[in-house]
Unconditional design. Sequence first.
Length: 472
Amino acid sequence: MPMVQVNVPQNNVEIERAITTYRDGKRKIQISTNFLPLFNFVSGSSVIERPLPDGSGYEVVLSEEKSKKSVYGRFYKKRKSSPFETYLETSKKSLIDAVIPKTCKRVSVLISHNRVVIRAIVERAVEQVRNFIRNPLSMFSACTSGVDASIAQSVGFDINAVLEHRPPESRDNVDKSEYGALNALANVRMSNLVNRPIENVDHPALAQRLKNEGVTPSVLTLSLECHEFSNAKAKTFKKKSLSDLSSSLDMVVDGLNLIDAFKFPVVVTEQVPGFQASPIGDLWELRLRRWGYHVHSAIVDPTHHGGLTTRKRYFSVALSDGLPGAAEYSLPKANQTNNPINIWQMFVAPRLNQLREITHTSYVKKGLECGRLRVIDENSTAAPTIMRSQSRGVKDAVVLRAPDDRFYALDEQLIRDLMTISPDFDLSTQTSEGATEILGQGVCGKYYRCLMLSVKQFIEEAANTLSYGKAV
């Protein structure tokens, strides 16, 4: 048989292997690998199996004395690749049961010179269920200025932590990094606030710190920056932002790191429709599915759920495979019997004399000339999508056109009404522009409330099922 020469790692090699479980409940751990002989584990060598002192696993060490256990070997005459197989096999029930949980399906194997250490790999779903059982309605809200988090809290979720940091923009003349966080504090009761860029946060360290404080959130709500997926940002600016590092395209990496660190059983994501249609959106859902989540997603039009704007958004609810009913969950169904209302008569006409006329402003004229100005008139049953830049006099702003062809600006109260955001939502920490920005980047209050109620119902049913199974 031809000999092969390879470099042997100075310290160790780490691999993982599946645990074989038989119908009678007995388990076997077999470690078959080409790496064993590199570290002196050759066929026929005597070995000793023993638990690690800290109970985190067990070790297999070479023994100079004759032992009942040894390194096994078998030869395959017809196999051209690796015809000689070297392996270790552990089947002692008392040893396996003492250090490898019965829920464990795979083990990590660390092979070093004369010693192999085997430890359980805690299944992601098992860890998620543990977190879930502690407090099913506990929540971590990331990238929020308070709109979505306050709605979630109003329907019964307990906000354990908020991660919010407004990224700097070239037009800023002051530091606005705390604006969203302050607004969240004005509207949400929380245990912890993290006001740092999400890309700078050490997510595993944060998860451990909160765990030490008794905080293990079950639900993550996440609204990552959407500029790079929105048609409102020109392609030239998107390209420029990649070179000057102002792009938020890679924020999806930080979102996944956050999920991986905390092992949230439930992840609720909100984004613009362009996110789902992009390769980044494919990557997002693929990685969540690979981690064992059932991902339920859709592009939602609020007007199909009693909303007053055509602000379509991508929503996904990712549920751990360890939660009962995760595969069967579905997003709220559209209201087929929804009767549209005339928003002009209900919200605009009674207050038209209080609104600022903008007929002769340059941005209205330019918006009309290029066709980008978006209008609410006396026949409107829904408002166009309101954006965070609404108050800056942009050409694609949403404006009011009266029957006499005069134009008026939307004020904060009207934007709040059209976004169906509670009148109790407090914007007192903000400037007029800041308030409009927060409302304009928020969610449709009516739909989001419906969504979070459906998530809450699923969680309560799953928690009851898990509690019943534990009781019996």
